[in-house]
Design a protein around this ligand. Structure first.
Ligand code: DGJ
Length: 707
């Protein structure tokens, strides 16, 4: 096949792909190009001189750069056959292009492999989706050490790299590092998406902020191990590479067998981090959200975990059902502790049968009560896990992942079932299926509380890749058999949040921390890639069980109302005042959730001790602003909040809507603007003087455009 270039277009974006001997490369990704701009022009403009002290013919940064093509950076593809056949040099054999999709087949005669790169450019979200598939066309087994999904060259102008990670109960923290010669690498070997490293990054320059500036966002939709890196080569070129991290020996392809990389989702913005977030959100809404839940308003949850932990009995649950219904809860979720012998976290995982001691009449009386109170019922499960102290383990000790003869490590007293075994898949499906057939359950909270540190299958071969696919398959099987059931992805909080799992689930449990101050940072990082309607956000107890911090009910509820709202506090312990405030907050959420779950997120630039964002309807008819003070202000009086993104010439009436009773400090300023009308231009350019607010307080403002 001749060397060629192919263009993909969305309404506002063009991508130019160069297909040539040596590999396929993205040579342009930016604003939509006019027909007058030819590919030849782009290639001419890209002509480079030989770098000082470097090879004569510079090897292109292709989607899968290889040493066999002269590339000396991190290869995108690393394979061998018993130590030979590693020098991959890919040549094009076929390309099928449409307006917004492309599939290119490449082949290496020397190593006997075929690669297929797939591109889709989604018009409304401007999201580029890329993946690679690798096939062994030789007659002997092919060892695969690495096969990235995407390697993307980018401009040196983008000299900042933002990644997202943290730890249990403080996930999705943004971390910005200046790009430098060498590599910035995030590797995850947790065997699940992880608390430590979200498989995503944003490339930008130092001037980019929430509302302005250039940024590229990339996300790997995969719930296993990953490697995310940004390299700057000595010759000055820069690239980002995202792919699965494979363990030693994990992938060996027999003749004719293929490896499919996860998908990378990428988009670019000239409107700062907000522009990126809006495109990721649009994509989730258009493409990942299942038709079953599209357009449905998410229900307000009550979850029993922090109220009861393992003390789940009719006597403890029943009073919560009544209290939950009284404050406007719509779905009651029974968390951990309901199945046979599960009195604490040391036992019973795997035995997915209702505990007859705790529930002699089964769950039916509880569920009936929940229904009678006008709520749906949801149930917690953790299918992938097993406690050694369980009937399942006693019957099938051979069903767990291990790396024998190394000692078996426990995490939360549990091990991981080998879901790649069909018998395990069937057992788990049958258990879940039986529960869903017997009981009227609208929702499963699908938890996963340990890493896969010892992910060896029966023959000792590492199976993280297969295990992830097996989990997706089990979720799909449950969904297909019970389409009415929504599923939440939880993994000790937010350790399984990615587009791979989101394609099979309906909600993500963002974090085990319900500390509303920490939550603002967690939700801010999370919201770079995920929209509000999949972001589980609960009002926790007065004193946070994780941080020990005390925050007011008005603040806790004001933070939770901007996600898929829920309550996890022990309602029996709340004062009458707190219950009134909570129920008012739930009402505010219900009144505005159609906007929160469909609007554009516009995070506002603030001082460091503040946090502010707006959710505006696409038509800019209405918007909600959340403004929070996190810590003491550095100067005597607060500054102004600039509110960009509304229609410049339209007039908006401003109304504070939360908290219902503002503290006296805020009164003067709020009285001056309440019920008044301002143009979008005035709000953006002049900005609103902020009121005095104490640390740990927030304000929600509504803006409605005049017809
Ligand atoms: C970890 C989850 O993140 C919590 O919300 C809760 O469901 C516990 N597991 C239950 O064991």
């Amino acid at each position: 096949m001749q060397d060629t270039t192919i263009r993909l277009h969305s309404e506002t974006t063009s991508i130019v792909v160069r297909i040539a001997n040596g590999g396929v490369a993205i040579v342009y990704w930016g604003p939509r190009l006019a027909a007058e701009t030819t590919d030849e022009m782009l290639m001419q403009l890209a002509t480079r001189s030989e770098a000082d002290g470097d090879v004569e013919r510079e090897s292109a940064i292709t989607l899968l750069p290889t040493q066999g093509a002269g590339f000396s950076g991190q290869p995108g593809l690393a394979v061998h056959r018993s130590r030979t056949a590693w020098g991959v040099y890919l040549e094009p054999i076929d390309a099928t292009a449409e307006e917004s999709s492309l599939a290119v087949k490449m082949q290496c005669a020397g190593t006997q492999i075929q690669v297929e790169h797939r591109f889709e450019l989604h018009s409304d979200s401007d999201m580029l989706v890329v993946s690679a598939s690798l096939t062994n066309i030789g007659g002997t087994p092919l060892s695969v050490q690495h096969c990235a999904a995407l390697t993307l060259p980018f401009s040196r102008q983008l000299d900042q790299v933002t990644t997202f990670g943290g730890r249990w109960s403080l996930e999705f923290q943004r971390q910005t590092t200046p790009r430098r010669l060498g590599a910035i690498v995030n590797e995850n070997r947790a065997g699940r998406t992880s608390h430590g490293s979200l498989p995503a990054l944003v490339l930008h320059d130092a001037a980019t902020n929430e509302t302005d500036g250039i940024a590229i966002g990339l996300h790997l939709g995969w719930s296993g191990n990953h490697q995310i890196r940004v390299d700057e080569l000595p010759d000055g070129r820069c690239y980002a590479q995202l792919g699965e991290l494979l363990l030693p020996g994990e992938i060996a392809l027999g003749p004719g067998e293929s490896y499919e990389s996860p998908r990378v989702y990428g988009t670019l913005s000239r409107r700062g981090f907000n522009g990126l977030a809006q495109r990721f959100h649009r994509f989730v809404r258009d493409e990942l959200t299942d038709d079953r839940v599209k357009g449905k308003l998410k229900k307000v949850h009550f979850n029993t975990w922090e109220a009861l932990y393992f003390d789940t009995r009719p006597a403890t649950i029943n009073p919560l059902i009544e209290l939950a219904a009284n404050i406007g809860i719509e779905r009651f979720v029974l968390d951990d502790g309901w199945f046979r012998g599960r009195d604490d976290d040391t036992r019973a995982l795997g035995d997915w049968f209702v505990d007859q001691q705790k529930f002699p009449e089964g769950l039916a009386p509880i569920i009936d009560k929940v229904h009678a109170a006008g709520m749906e019922f949801g149930l917690w499960v953790e299918p992938e896990m097993i406690n050694p102290d369980s009937d399942l383990y006693r019957a099938h000790p051979e069903w767990v992942l291990h790396s024998d003869p190394a000692p078996r490590f426990m995490m939360r007293h549990q091990m991981v079932l080998n879901l790649t075994l069909p018998a395990v898949q069937d057992y788990l499906f049958d258990c879940i299926d039986a529960l869903l057939n017997e009981y009227s359950i609208a929702y499963l909270k699908w938890d996963m509380n340990r890493n896969l540190e010892q992910p060896g299958g029966r023959d000792g071969i590492a199976v993280v890749h297969e295990q992830v696919l097996a989990v997706y398959a089990l979720m799909q099987r449950v969904r297909a058999a019970h389409p009415q059931v929504e599923i939440e992805s939880c993994a000790s909080g937010g350790a399984r949040a990615d587009y791979g799992v989101l394609a099979n689930t309906d909600r993500i449990w963002t974090s085990d921390s319900n500390d509303a101050l920490d939550r603002l940072a967690i939700q801010r990082g999370f919201s770079q890639f995920f929209p509000a309607e999949v972001m589980g956000a609960h009002v926790g107890p007065r004193e946070c069980h994780i941080t020990g911090r005390n925050l007011s009910m008005a603040f806790r509820a004001g933070v939770a109302m901007f996600g898929d709202m829920g309550v996890e506090a022990d309602l029996r312990e709340l004062t009458a005042d707190e219950l009134t405030i909570l129920s008012a907050a739930i009402e505010v959420h219900k009144q505005h959730r159609a906007l929160i779950f469909a609007g554009d997120l516009i995070r506002l630039n603030t001082e460091d001790h503040e946090n502010a964002f707006m959710i505006a309807s696409a038509s800019r008819e209405q918007a909600l602003i959340s403004f929070a003070t996190l810590s003491s202000r550095p100067r005597g009086a607060p500054g102004r909040l600039h509110i960009p993104g509304l229609a410049a010439n339209r007039r908006y009436t401003l109304a504070p809507i939360w908290p219902a009773e503002s503290s006296h400090d805020t009164d003067g300023v709020l009285a001056a603007v309440s019920g008044q009308t301002f143009t979008g231009e005035a709000l953006a350019c002049a900005g609103m003087q902020l009121p005095f607010m104490s640390p740990g307080s927030l304000l929600v403002l509504s803006l409605r455009a005049h017809p």
